[in-house]
Design a protein around this ligand. Structure first.
Ligand SMILES: [Zn+2]
Length: 337
């Protein structure tokens, strides 16, 4: 393990769990995660991924949250998924597949292309570096079951990483953060998690309590997050997600959690994988041009979670500085580029 690992881990987590957008959800969630899982979740995720994933393995990256009433993919999720996919490709020398709602495929493809990855078929990804495939994870339950069977028999992923992936509550209802039922058009990822072999490493990133992985802190979400225990859909069970993973990485904006994992994988493997702020802006713009909206303020203005591109670029710039200075103090080569 490189020197300064604890410092890098702590600063990266601090940066990506600071409530810059004043959304009022991350502090109770991140302190509950630290209590249950220990400190430095993004570095823990990077170390576990580095151990679990071998060269040429396939890693499934899940994302997707559709915003009602138009059910359009939000800008939070795709960028973090691309960030993680880049790290899977370059730092782990493995093959990433991004799976998302059918309605989100075009947006995730546009984000990946803007994020310097070629979008190719699943088979072609294994023969081409700097590439990713983007696949629809069905919302229809029987189609989702077939997709999961196919993934498990044909792909046999070494790890599944969920970034801002809608998850059902304990009644099986998927909710957005305003407490409305979004089940009908949401990918039925519970079919995957209920069938995954125990040796497949599962990592998740979330910011509001209704995402895959938040089962770890379900009680905190019910007690502390608006609509956590009482939704607006009538199911009576609240938005708190009921799917738990091996590791949960909380983040102010889920994209930032993906960037934090990529940064820690950069550090652990000494491979420069984290994109620069210009690419962050390009991904936000291209996702918006493909129709993606800010989940909080709406509109295709390249904002994400109520914050303008500048805020997201600034977080990237600071994370990259943490990597650069940690290498500088060690006297090694620059992994922060
Ligand atoms: Zn409900």
């Amino acid at each position: 393990m490189p020197e300064n690992t604890k410092n890098v881990a702590t600063i990266v987590d601090d940066l990506t769990t600071t409530d810059i957008g004043s959304r009022d959800t991350i502090y109770p969630i991140s302190s509950a995660v630290r209590e249950k899982q220990g400190s430095n979740p993004s570095m823990q995720a990077a170390e576990r991924l580095n151990n679990a994933v071998d060269s040429e393995d396939t890693v499934l990256v899940l994302t997707g949250f559709l915003i009602p009433p138009s059910m359009v993919q939000e800008t939070d999720g795709p960028l973090g998924a691309v960030s993680v996919a880049r790290a899977v490709d370059s730092a782990l020398d493995a093959n990433p597949i991004i799976a998302c709602e059918p309605a989100a495929v075009d947006i995730c493809e546009a984000t990946a292309t803007a994020g310097e990855l070629r979008v190719l078929d699943r088979e072609a990804v294994s023969n081409n570096k700097r590439s990713v495939s983007v696949e629809p994870f069905p919302a229809d339950r029987s189609k989702a079951q077939k997709y999961v069977e196919e993934i498990l028999s044909e792909i046999d992923p070494a790890a599944v990483i969920a970034v801002e992936k809608a998850a059902p509550n304990k009644e099986g209802v998927y909710h957005n953060m305003s407490g409305y039922d979004v089940t009908e058009q949401t990918a039925k990822v519970d079919e995957l998690y209920s069938r995954l072999p125990a040796d497949v490493l599962t990592v998740s990133v979330g910011d509001a309590g209704n995402e895959v992985g938040m089962g770890l802190v379900q009680e905190t979400v019910e007690d502390e997050i608006q609509y956590g225990d009482e939704c607006q859909c009538g199911c009576g069970a609240g938005t708190a997600a009921d799917i738990e993973t091996d590791l949960l990485v909380p983040a102010t904006v889920s994209n930032w959690g993906g960037h934090a994992i990529a940064a820690c994988l950069s550090h652990v493997t000494q491979t420069p994988v984290l994109h620069d702020p210009e690419v962050e802006r390009r991904m936000l713009v291209q996702a918006s041009m493909a129709g993606s909206i800010d989940g909080i303020v709406g509109g295709t203005n390249a904002w994400c979670d109520g914050m303008p591109p500048d805020a997201h670029e600034s977080v990237l710039r600071l994370i990259r500085e943490v990597l650069r200075s940690s290498v500088h103090t060690r006297g090694g080569s620059e992994i922060g580029r």
